[in-house]
Design a protein around this ligand. Structure first.
Ligand SMILES: [Zn+2]
Length: 277
């Protein structure tokens, strides 16, 4: 037997009678619960959006702070290089002065032995100077490239700071708007809470906390749209009689039969259920 197609055929036909047969109190409870469930889904959606926006902003902030760190490190390194360059220059000047002295001594050397010693000393100072000059050139190249990178970073930082400022303002606006919507929904939620029996409300919240998703779901093709298990025909009949709310035996969600005119509407239609008064 094609059980589900049988129920599918019955769904629409049976649902037509739901309104007439359903106990007025149960019907109104179910309507409030459906609104509550839509509302909770919307709140959760809005909260997720807020989190996404805040995370995106935090990522931008993190990037800026990393670049600032790099800027600070490079500035510090540049200062050290400049400091080293300065002391290397002093050393070079000292060596040059020493070379002059050595040359004078060499020129006035009397004996061969003395001359040879002074010659060696002079040559050693010369190679020392040559090494210092090489180092100075390398140091200057290093300083130049460090300054160039810092200039680039300065531009990047100012660009990023501007971007972050704009993004912060935009995010704040968007998050405020979302929060505003959430606050309104939560006010309505408080109202709904007073209209729903506290026992049912407690049960609703228990399922909500467990499933973190929609608690009031419809039956489509004889299947619970929360957990996708089959609902027995007896349960569907009980819903039809409308004497009490029916909970899915598997997931505990509150079940309702889709009214025929709503079947073509998307789940998140957002509009309030049609009042048939
Ligand atoms: Zn279920």
């Amino acid at each position: 037997m094609a059980h589900s197609s049988c129920i599918l055929a019955q769904d629409a036909a049976l649902a037509l009678h739901v309104g007439e047969k359903m106990n007025e109190y149960v019907r109104s409870q179910l309507e409030f619960l459906r609104e509550l469930s839509d509302l909770d889904s919307r709140v959760s959606e809005l909260q997720t959006k807020m989190k996404e926006k805040e995370t995106a902003l935090a990522t931008l902030k993190e990037k800026l702070s990393k670049n600032k760190e790099e800027y600070a490190t490079r500035t510090h390194q540049l200062k050290e290089s400049e400091h080293a360059e300065h002391s290397e220059e002093v050393k070079l000047k000292e060596a040059e002065a020493e070379l002059k002295k050595a040359q004078i001594l060499l020129n006035s050397a009397q004996r061969n032995e003395e001359y040879n010693i002074l010659l060696k000393k002079r040559d050693s100072i010369r190679s020392q100077i040559s090494a210092l000059e090489d180092a100075a050139l390398a140091r200057l190249a290093e300083i130049d490239s460090a300054r160039a990178r810092l200039a680039e970073l300065t531009k990047e930082l100012s660009h990023e700071e501007e971007g972050l400022k704009a993004a912060s303002e935009q995010t704040k606006k968007e998050v405020d708007a979302l929060q505003n919507e959430v606050d309104k929904l939560l006010l309505r939620r408080e109202e709904l809470k007073t209209k729903i029996s506290s026992e049912i409300f407690t049960r609703y919240e228990r399922v909500l906390n467990k499933e973190k998703r929609r608690v009031v779901v419809c039956i489509k093709d004889g299947i619970c749209q929360g957990c996708y298990r089959t609902i027995t025909p007896e349960q569907i009949n009980t819903i039809m009689r409308g004497e009490s709310l029916i909970y899915c035996r598997n997931c505990n969600r509150i079940l309702y039969l889709q009214e025929p005119e709503q079947q073509t509407l998307p789940e998140e239609g957002g509009s309030a259920p049609d009042s048939s008064n």
